[in-house]
Design a protein around this ligand. Structure first.
Ligand SMILES: [Ca+2]
Length: 119
């Protein structure tokens, strides 16, 4: 649970906060609900600014772009990206499709979904 002024934990792009509100009186009324907090995408250097789903920077979006993300994840490499490293010089690839400085299955899924919408 997040406390006041606490940030979403590193690597998470969304977080659900349970909330219970109680009104004193007679009868005592209470309600439970949840607030979903979504992190803002940032200006990630790991995201291809010209064409976000173009992971390898060749100017087109292809299945190989999703595969690059999947291969990255399968290698067990760090999912939280270093904001101070500037790709593609460092790695050659823009892994961060959605711009959260995290490489996650969602990055590949977004690319696959985009490809499916075109076919
Ligand atoms: Ca590409």
């Amino acid at each position: 649970m997040l406390a006041a002024d606490q940030s979403i934990p590193a690597g998470m792009t969304e977080y659900t906060v349970p909330v219970r509100v109680t009104a004193s009186g007679s009868p005592v009324l209470s309600a439970n609900f949840q607030i979903q907090v979504l992190a803002d995408a940032i200006d990630s250097h790991w995201r291809n600014q010209a064409l976000p789903s173009d992971v390898n920077g060749d100017g087109t979006v292809a299945p190989s772009d999703a595969l690059i993300v999947i291969n990255y994840l399968n290698l067990g490499r760090p999912q939280i990206l270093d904001p101070d490293v500037l790709p593609p010089l460092a790695t050659g690839f823009f892994y961060d499709r959605n711009g959260y400085l995290v490489v996650a299955p969602l990055d590949a899924l977004i690319i696959i979904s985009e490809l499916n919408e075109r076919s």
